[in-house]
Design a protein around this ligand. Structure first.
Ligand code: CA
Length: 354
């Protein structure tokens, strides 16, 4: 090697490393519960990945695998914990069997609505408590998008009393499923892709999914007549999961970019859902005039509330961290709801025309 060539080679190496071309680029793999082209939920991960790549000038890329690829829609927690994927996008309450304390970070029946939930996460104890739950598993969890207030579900018959719930076969996951089971409902949690067929074939009598924005593309309004307002998921937050080994490998600026991309995509999901629910409900009523909106009667709501409080007390009695989370959410709700009541609730009530 001539001296000149050696100098040129060293200079080239130096320029490459000073630009950080090789060492500073990251491609993270993300597994999501949702199928390919999944409206809103799938768009949220794409939106997050696009923002992260643009903000990092291409240094941080995120490759997304949907459930058709990894075949484990409800196995995201394990895929990320075991390092098969760097990141996940899912709902924490799907894993209540493995990590029971995770479910409170999605939503709790009779709990906080979306703005209250975000306020608890980012301005009270939410993030800190969530990290306490995930740290032993080598994971970080971040709010990953809110569905807003969820509907109570699609029913083939009217629910006029608690007796009408007995023996009803219904898809509803998480803590709400346990509450419904207390009231005699035969509860199942089918993956999203199986819900339409299950309702159509009568494998289930009722389906709870999300709200108009996400229920409309599923087509439930073509089968079931009664669409009930909710009680069970007043502000359901999905989540981003990250393996902490991956997180610790990222330089500080890319960690910051990822945080901002996740937080922005989560908020975008909330407002996109609000927008698309308005559009979808309008269309459902027009295309299927038989679809009837209902609210559960006070007797049924009271029974659901009693069952919720009973189960929460049981959980709090079993585990100190569960108790801390339940108490934190309850205390925070007690305070923040006073404001919601004299602002949004009072405004809507005072201007109501029907
Ligand atoms: Ca739901």
């Amino acid at each position: 090697m001539t001296r000149l060539f050696r100098v040129a080679a060293v200079a080239l190496l130096l320029s490459v490393s000073s630009l950080g071309v090789a060492a500073d680029n990251f491609t993270l793999r993300l597994a999501q519960t949702w199928g390919p082209n999944s409206p809103i939920l799938g768009e949220t991960t794409e939106n997050m990945a696009k923002m992260a790549e643009e903000m990092s000038g291409g240094r941080l890329k995120i490759r997304i695998d949907s459930s058709n690829k990894h075949k484990a829609p409800f196995g995201i927690f394990d895929l990320v914990r075991n390092g098969q994927y760097d990141m996940g996008h899912t709902a924490s309450y799907y894993y209540k069997g493995t990590i029971p304390n995770a479910m409170y970070f999605t939503t709790v029946p009779f709990g906080m609505i979306a703005p209250e939930m975000y306020a608890w996460f980012y301005h009270d104890q939410g993030m800190e408590l969530m990290q306490k739950v995930y740290e032993p598993f080598g994971l970080l969890s971040f709010p990953g998008g809110n569905t807003g207030n969820q509907m109570g579900g699609w029913f083939n018959k009217e629910i006029n009393s608690v007796a009408d719930l007995k023996g009803l076969k219904m898809r509803t996951p998480g803590f709400a499923g346990e509450v419904m089971a207390e009231l005699g409902v035969a509860v199942t949690n089918l993956p999203p892709g199986e819900l339409y067929t299950a309702l159509e074939r009568g494998t289930v009598d009722a389906v709870e999914w999300v709200g108009p924005a996400l229920d409309f593309p599923m087509g439930f309004h073509q089968i079931a007549k009664y669409y009930y307002s909710g009680w069970q998921e007043p502000g359901a937050e999905v989540q981003f999961l990250i393996n902490d080994k991956t997180w610790n490998k990222l330089p500080k600026d890319l960690q910051a970019i990822l945080r901002i991309a996740m937080r922005t995509a989560a908020y975008d999901m909330y407002i996109q859902t609000t927008h698309e629910s308005g559009v979808a409900w309008d269309r459902m009523k027009e295309d299927y005039p038989n679809v009837t909106h209902k609210t559960f009667p006070p007797e049924v709501i009271d029974a659901m509330r009693d069952a919720t409080n009973k189960l929460l007390a049981q959980e709090a009695g079993k585990d100190d961290l569960a108790k801390d989370i339940i108490n934190s959410q309850r205390d925070y709700l007690k305070q923040v709801r006073q404001w919601t009541n004299i602002s949004d609730k009072a405004y809507l009530n005072s201007i109501a025309t029907d």
